[in-house]
Design a protein around this ligand. Structure first.
Ligand SMILES: NC(=O)c1ccc[n+]([C@@H]2O[C@H](COP(=O)([O-])OP(=O)(O)OC[C@H]3O[C@@H](n4cnc5c(N)ncnc54)[C@H](O)[C@@H]3O)[C@@H](O)[C@H]2O)c1
Length: 426
């Protein structure tokens, strides 16, 4: 139920009265975002987004709030909705509306109808630039609001799954404007997907269940950037980590990183906690549910809630009930209990707070700089998915190191010449 009685902007949020708490937490996050702070100062001076309408569909967190404020201070006129029904922080949404004058359409726990109506509300803002996380906004724009496409100059995309969807659209010749794949910046996925997802997924599982991970068989499905971080952090908690993969190279990598690797049907029989981070569908399905131990816990940290086949699990269960806020118990007909966390949605955002601000600092620095780049360069770009320019990526890394007070060496002229030559160095 939304209560926007004292909100002055168009918005749909849970409760404007949460704004005080949201503001304090947004300020707390900002302290750990020094790169974004630097960009914000530059944006205030240079106004690179002056008069540009941005439609943003991102997880509505305190870190996102700081990105929104940075874009606003760069001259943009923004509307924001959520990129997942369970990832909104209602206090941050309230503060964005009340304290920062940014329209937000997002309520934690909203149903599908409300989720899509909020995307529509952001599209009603007639964005010239889209900023998406998972490509739902772009998809709706290209299917239900085609009339708006001529006014769009470009966009940015935050996550792996979104980039995959957009590349598929470009390949089919459907994509109608250029998009920068922020996810593919090294200063994004090396850190956000790996260390951010690694830590915050464990945080989500622990907050939801309060289980002791030490000594458990912890199954990580997918050894990509997120999976590597998660496996590393689960090992740090004392779990026996098992990796499942479909890519033989990633499987060898997991083995040589010291993890057990096996197929999901094998892992299903011995796992205590399972987390999918593949970006794929039905990774845990009927044949696996049939083998699970009593008490197995299933969670997902991939973008969509399709990685665990919950419809089939629901049909296989004789009853289900909510045992804790983000824990649903499925009672199987043979007496086993299986627990699903956070409705199979991104557990780090559903039950915890998503990635820590210091890692979102780099991801969102890339977002801010890529928006500026798109405004400056869209006329020269085709209707394709583009990487973040290398110089922007390097700039983000340099600013982050400076903020961390870390100095690194520089190539000498002699070394530069050597690296550019055929010489063996004598
Ligand atoms: N929770 C978060 O906050 C968060 C953050 C970043 C990315 N993501 C999402 O997480 C997902 C993974 O992202 P990534 O950057 O690690 O992608 P990635 O492409 O680096 O890794 C995915 C891995 O899953 C493997 N895989 C695919 N199908 C599989 C299957 N059936 N069984 C086992 N392994 C399988 C692939 O071979 C690949 O190694 C995406 O949906 C992405 O959008 C979530």
């Amino acid at each position: 139920m939304s209560n926007n009685a004292t909100a002055t902007l168009p918005c749909d949020i849970k409760e404007i009265g949460l704004a005080d708490a949201g503001k304090r937490r947004i300020e707390w996050a900002f302290q750990s975002m020094p790169v974004l702070q630097t960009i914000r100062k530059q944006f205030i001076k240079t106004q690179p987004l002056a008069g540009i309408r941005i439609g943003a569909c991102l997880h509505v967190t305190t870190e996102t709030a700081n990105l929104m404020v940075t874009l606003r201070d760069g001259g943009a006129n923004i509307a924001l909705c959520a990129s997942n029904p369970l990832s909104t922080q209602d206090d941050a949404a309230a503060s964005l509306v009340r304290d920062y004058n940014i329209p937000v359409f997002a309520i934690k726990g909203e149903n599908n109808d409300s989720y899509y109506s909020h995307i529509m509300a952001v599209l009603d803002h007639r964005p010239q630039l889209t900023m998406d996380d998972g490509a739902d906004l772009v998809t709706i724009l290209h299917t239900k609001r085609k009339d708006l496409l001529p006014g769009v100059i470009g966009g940015t995309e935050e996550t792996t799954t979104g980039v995959i969807r957009l590349r598929a659209m470009a390949k089919e010749g459907v994509l109608q404007y250029p998009i920068v794949a922020v996810n593919d910046a090294l200063t994004k996925h090396f850190f956000d997907n790996r260390y951010g997802t690694g830590q915050s997924t464990i945080d989500g599982i622990v907050r939801a269940t309060n289980v002791l991970l030490a000594g458990t068989n912890f199954v990580v499905a997918g050894y990509g950037w997120c999976g590597k971080g998660l496996a590393m952090r689960a090992r740090g908690m004392g779990a026996n980590v098992i990796v499942t993969e479909i890519d033989p190279i990633k499987a060898i990598e997991a083995l040589m990183d010291g993890f057990r690797v096996m197929s999901m049907p094998e892992a299903a029989q011995i796992g205590d906690v399972f987390v999918t981070v593949t970006g794929n569908k039905n990774v845990i399905a009927r044949e696996h549910f049939e083998r699970l131990k009593n008490g197995a816990i299933l969670a997902n940290s991939g973008h969509f809630n399709v990685e665990i086949d919950l419809d089939t699990l629901g049909r296989m269960a004789s009853s289900r009930r909510q045992t804790r806020e983000f824990v649903e118990e499925f009672s199987m007909r043979d007496g086993r209990k299986v627990y699903v966390l956070g409705e199979g949605r991104l557990i780090n955002l559903a039950a915890a707070e998503g990635h820590p601000a210091s890692v979102m600092d780099m991801s969102f620095a890339n977002q801010a700089l890529s928006s500026e780049y798109m405004v400056q360069n869209h006329k020269d770009l085709e209707k394709k998915v583009y990487p973040v320019p290398e110089e922007l990526d390097k700039r983000v890394a340099k600013l982050k190191l400076e903020a961390m007070g870390v100095k690194i060496d520089r190539l000498t002229a002699e070394q530069e010449e050597y690296l550019a030559s055929w010489s063996e160095g004598t």
